[in-house]
Design a protein around this ligand. Structure first.
Ligand SMILES: C[S@@+](CC[C@H](N)C(=O)[O-])C[C@H]1O[C@@H](n2cnc3c(N)ncnc32)[C@H](O)[C@@H]1O
Length: 213
């Protein structure tokens, strides 16, 4: 799949709904103010990075894929920053960003514990990391037998597995929240999403959020 094909999915009604729903939850969890800095780890084509920029955050996207970053750069305005790098060895100083966001990226990283340690290190205030949830409808539709489309090769986690990745790290108020309970995005799915408590751990996107101690 080319970066352009990947990003075009966010222009479909279902893709836009999923993107906006995930972003809305992440934004609620991070509670950023205009002008805050935000690092998007594993930004891919930069859809969430651009979304944060539209909310007047000083956004930086980092990815290990040169092709994805080239696409992201070509789509972006002058206020966005892009960096090539590895989530397991972030090229930034300790506490360098007010907020760190990462969506559906660590599911593709071999040493997730190292990536989580790095995200916590560079976050000054809060982080929100989204993983694909094995206990979800999305997994049943897209994740089984190695996964389909953009989900191919992803590692799908349980809530217990992602929580365990934070053991011993300097984090406070660790919480799990989820979104995308019915991934079909039909009218009923969208209505249900509005009333489902994000504290239920059955959405396709499982966020771990917390602050620094
Ligand atoms: C499914 S895409 C998600 C992109 C974006 N966050 C989104 O939700 O649209 C996963 C991204 O993780 C990136 N990635 C995988 N391993 C990485 C690593 N070790 N360091 C940085 N990025 C990585 C891939 O290049 C890819 O762009």
């Amino acid at each position: 799949m080319t970066p352009a094909d990947y990003d075009a999915w966010y222009d479909t009604p279902r893709g836009r709904w999923i993107g906006e729903t995930e972003y809305a939850l992440a934004s609620r969890l991070l509670a950023p103010q205009a002008g805050d800095s935000l690092l998007d780890v594993g930004c891919g084509t930069g859809w969430f990075t651009r979304r944060a920029d539209a909310d007047e955050l000083v956004a930086t996207g980092l990815d290990s894929s040169a092709a994805a970053l080239a696409y992201a750069r070509a789509q972006s305005g002058p206020t966005l920053n892009w960096a090539a790098g590895d989530a397991r060895d972030l090229p930034f100083v300790d506490a360098g960003f007010d907020h760190v966001l990462s969506i559906a990226a660590l599911c593709f990283v071999a040493d997730e514990r190292q990536a989580v340690t790095e995200i916590v290190r560079v976050a000054r205030r809060r982080f929100a990391i989204g993983w694909l949830n094995r206990h979800s409808m999305l997994y049943r539709e897209k994740g089984r037998d190695g996964g389909r489309g953009a989900y191919r090769g992803a590692h799908w986690h349980t809530a217990e597995e992602v929580r365990a990745l934070f053991t011993g790290l300097p984090v406070a108020r660790l919480a799990l929240r989820s979104a995308i309970f019915l991934p079909s995005a039909t009218r009923w799915a969208r209505r249900l999403e509005r009333v489902m408590p994000a504290a239920l751990p059955w959405g396709g996107m499982l966020f771990v959020t917390g602050g620094k101690t």
